[in-house]
Structure formats: C-alpha cells, structure tokens
Design a binder for this molecule. Structure first.
Ligand SMILES: *Cc1c(COP(=O)(O)O)cnc(C)c1O
Length: 372
C-alpha cells in the first residue's frame, strides 16, 4: 500500500468545482494584480486572526521579511528566533539587515524557551520572533511580557499554524491575534495551501500595516511615487481566488488532521522507541505536521519508505549550524534541545484525506520495525 506524506490530489478531487468556479471568474475578469479576490481574502484572514489588518504578500518568507523591514533594522541589530524551524525564519532576519540570535526550544513542543529568551536579550535586540511549529502555538502569554518589558515587538511566525489557537487566562486566543505582526504561508503543503507561493501579514498595528502595504508595492502606494524602497511582493490574485475557495474548508481539514493525530497517538502508545508528539494542554493543535521522535530514526525512515510510506525530517540541521551562518560563531552543542530533535524527528502522513486503512498500514509498519 502506498501512503504519501501528503496527497494534494485527494484534496483537489473533493473541492475541484468550487475552486475552478473562482478561478474561472478571475480569468474572465482578467484582473490578475491585487483587486477584489485579494481584498476579500485579506478581510477573511483578518477576521480569522482577530487582527485589524491583513496584507497579502508573495510568500510566507516575505510575510516575515516585510514586517521586519518595517522595523527599520540596521546592521548589528539583533532579532531573536529559534534554531529549530524552517530556514525562512532566520533568513528573513538576515535579509532585513539584522543579525539572527538563536535561543533554544522547549523539549516537548519545540516552542521558544521563555527563560532562554529572557537571557538572550541585549541592548541591540530589536524584535523577537517565536515560531508556532508544526501547528501549535508558542506560549505567547509567557513570551510577550518579556518582549513588552524590554519594549521589543514580537512577530509570530505562524507559517504552519493558521487557525491554531491557545487558551490564555481562560479565553481562546488565535494565532495572529496577540503578536505585533504575524506571517502566514500559503505554500501548497501548509494547512491552507494555494496553487503556488503566497503569504499574508496580519497585524493590529496601523503603522506596521501601512508600511507593509507600501513595501509590497515598491514602497509607494501611489504608482510611480516612492516614499521608500520596497519590492514587488503582492499576493497573486489567482492564488487569492484559490485560497478563497479553500478557506471555508480549513477548520474541517484541521479537525480531520487532529482526529488522525489522535488515532496515531493511541495506536503508537507503548511502542518503545517512539515518542508521539506532545501537545501543550493550552493549545488547539492544527497538525500541519505530525512529528514523532524515534530511536534509529534514519533506519525507521528507510523501512517506512520500503513499505510505501512517505515521511520527512523537519528539520535535519539546526539553523545555527547551517554553513551560511558560520560567521555568527555558534558551535555544536550551543542548543542541545534543538540539536537532539534534529536527530530524532520524523513527520508521518497526517493529511485530512488519509484513510483509516492507510493509517493502519503506517502504524503496522512502525510496529514491525521495532518488533512489537
Ligand atoms: C513555510 C514556512 C515559512 C516560509 O513560507 P514560504 O511560503 O515557503 O515562503 C516560514 N516559516 C516557517 C516555519 C515555515 O514552515
């Protein structure tokens, strides 16, 4: 039996007519740059995130880069983020002209460790960017007071976590609601994926919103007049049309991912050699990835591949050890939790359309590998 890590064709079969209707409408209009679909989609994502503004941009990477650029960072300024995340989190800091400063993650959820954040703040710290990794939120109610105390903005990397929420003081808080700005990605493999690249910034800060809106169109809201140097980073109207059709399904898809995750966690309980993912009890996880920690991870991955099961390692090398950041001077051992995770993590298929038979095959293959 074949079980891919992600089956986008299955999703497409189920919603083809709705998406193609939106795309057809756009094609008939021939209005491909910004326009109504982008405005409509921005309004819906702002509502979902309980934020005042949403600005569609070209990618999740730019959804982190542009709010950082809006902070007018200078050489030597520091932005604190985590080493166990997709490269873009730190790449955006570098490309915004600042220096990424890494702090270790918590061993259960891989979220930024609040104590480590506190210890890493210096007079040069200009922002903090925690990552809502794999679909669950970082503990913002612990990270935000630290940032506030030092007068530093907090930018949420919510590329993997649109629609995730967290209970804070008895009330649900959405990803994108509490931070000073938040970046989403609509890369096809995210829970809400387009037909190509796309991203969005949400913020309730009017100033950041205005700057990002300007930066995405070469720094000038009035065509051919430029207040500053920006870039071309608009959300493609075609992507907005696709995403508008998909957005009404997002909650059900994330619920299906949660149900699949719960089934794995029950079925893999007691398999010595596997640690199933830990959800912070305050979080509602959306499982962009279901990531186990496994003894003999690489051999398990090869075994699963031979059994037709697709898996992936997110992420095999922590960011502080990447060759491009060698000049930052970090050594192996600097972030033991992140480094240990890179050797043990393995993402299993958890996409919403995964069948129970497929899931049973994955579980049997894992049990077979460990001989129980
Ligand atoms: C996907 C992702 C990004 C970047 O998004 P793109 O749309 O691929 O540019 C940034 N941060 C994290 C954590 C991601 O998973």
């Amino acid at each position: 039996m074949n079980v891919p890590l992600l089956d986008l064709k299955a999703q497409h079969r189920a919603i083809k007519d709705e998406v193609l209707a939106r795309v057809h409408e756009l094609v008939e209009s021939q209005l491909f740059i910004l326009g109504q679909p982008v405005l409509d989609f921005e309004a819906k994502v702002a509502t979902l995130s309980r934020a005042r503004h949403a600005i569609g941009v070209a990618s999740g990477t730019d959804a982190l880069l542009l709010p950082l650029k809006a902070l007018d960072l200078r050489a030597g300024d520091e932005v604190i983020t985590v080493p166990f995340t997709f490269f873009a989190s730190a790449g955006a800091v570098h490309n915004a002209g600042a220096t990424p400063v890494f702090v270790d993650v918590l061993p259960d959820t891989y979220a930024m460790d609040p104590a480590a954040l506190e210890a890493a703040i210096t007079p040069r710290t200009r922002a903090v960017m925690p990552v809502h990794l794999f679909g669950q939120m970082a503990p913002l109610e612990r990270l935000l007071p630290i940032a506030r105390k030092h007068g530093i903005p907090l930018i949420e990397d919510a590329a993997q976590s649109i629609g995730a929420r967290r209970r804070v003081d008895g009330a649900w808080r959405m990803a994108g609601e509490l931070g000073d700005a938040t970046g989403y990605s609509f890369f096809p493999s995210k829970n809400l994926g387009g037909w190509g690249d796309g991203g969005m910034v949400v913020t309730s800060d009017d100033r950041i919103a205005e700057r990002v809106r300007r930066l995405r169109v070469h720094g000038g809201l009035q065509t051919y007049f430029h207040d500053e140097v920006g870039t071309n980073s608009r959300l493609d109207a075609l992507q907005a049309a696709v995403l508008l059709a998909k957005l009404p399904h997002l909650a059900a898809w994330s619920a299906a991912r949660r149900a699949n995750a719960a089934r794995y966690t029950a079925a893999l309980a007691g398999v010595a050699g596997v640690r199933t993912p830990v959800t912070d009890p305050a979080n509602e996880h959306i499982y962009n990835q279901y990531v186990i920690e496994a003894d003999r991870r690489d051999a398990l991955q090869a075994h699963l591949k031979a059994q037709g099961v697709g898996t992936a390692v997110y992420y095999p090398l922590a960011l502080h050890l990447q060759p491009c950041f060698a000049s930052l001077g970090y050594r192996k051992g600097a972030f033991p939790v992140a480094e240990a995770a890179t050797g043990r993590v393995l993402a299993l298929p958890v996409f919403p359309e995964l069948t129970e038979a497929q899931q049973a095959h994955v579980v049997d293959a894992i049990r077979g590998f460990y001989g129980d």
